[in-house]
Design a protein around this ligand. Structure first.
Ligand code: FPP
Length: 249
């Protein structure tokens, strides 16, 4: 339970989602509104990410999965792609110390083999530095695509069947879940309870398609750099009004 105040009105959040997924959208438009290059928006987006991560950690959220770069984002102009690829380096130097102080543990999902070496190295350093932390898991979806994650899982399962290690009749939902990249997350918190998308777009864009089967969705017109701690409170406030039935009555 957590109480926050806005304009003298106190709101109590009874239910805190264990796993929140965020599609951090609108950095480019935020920058454009300020007559700045798009990358200026990504810089501001990193500040927003730190703010939201610490807010989520204060609330007792267990996992925060953030869509930092999708497998489709390579089609952006080269200079923007290389700027985004350099963000983990800046993230490590500027943001990890404070997150580490807050007991945050960094993890990453995505097709990491194809990332530039410096990007991968910075992410690996963040993971190694925070690996003993027991607080919120900040899980970056970096070069992530949900369909290709399912293709990869299918190949692994098919290989296990071919080798005679797995009986096709024994394949169930858990078999699939345990071959997805989110299987590295704490078992009870693999699937997001709440997915937030900023900037007014109403799409999932290949973000955790399997894992979001029973997620609640929250869409806001706020652009990601403006979302911050208060934005998170508003999203969780709305989540508290939802009734999750998981197909039951
Ligand atoms: C979407 O806005 C944002 C991105 C594609 C990148 C977001 C990445 C971060 C905020 C930081 C990631 C941090 C690390 C450490 C990897 P957009 O560019 O699509 O905005 P637009 O829709 O307004 O054009």
């Amino acid at each position: 339970m957590f109480t926050f105040k806005k304009k003298q009105t106190a709101t109590t959040l009874e239910k805190i989602p264990n796993h929140i997924g965020i599609i951090m959208d609108g950095n480019g438009r935020w920058a454009k509104k300020r007559l700045q290059p798009r990358v200026f928006g990504h810089k501001a987006g990193m500040d927003a990410l730190q703010d939201v991560t610490i807010a989520a950690s204060d609330l007792g959220v267990k996992v925060l999965t953030v869509y930092a770069f999708s497998t489709e984002n390579w089609s952006r102009p080269d200079d923007e792609v290389s700027f985004i690829m350099n963000l983990p380096v800046e993230f490590f130097d500027k943001y990890v110390p404070k997150l580490h102080e807050n007991n945050v543990r960094v993890q990453v999902i995505g097709e990491l083999a194809h990332l530039p070496e410096a990007t991968l190295d910075a992410m690996n350093r963040a993971i190694a530095k925070t690996k003993h932390n027991s607080g919120l898991v900040l899980n970056f979806a970096l070069n992530y695509g949900g369909r290709s994650e399912l293709v990869e899982a299918t190949k692994q399962i098919a290989q296990a069947v071919q080798k005679g290690e797995l009986d096709p009749a024994a394949i169930n939902e858990d078999t699939i879940a345990s071959h997805l990249m989110t299987s590295e997350l704490p078992y009870l918190y693999r699937d997001p309870d709440l997915i937030i998308r900023t900037s007014g777009e109403l799409r999932l864009s290949n973000f955790l398609p399997w894992q979001s089967a029973y997620s609640e969705f929250y869409f806001t017109k706020t652009l990601w750099p403006d979302f911050k701690r208060d934005g998170l409170y508003e999203a969780i406030k709305e989540y508290n009004q939802r009734q999750r039935r998981f197909g039951g009555v």
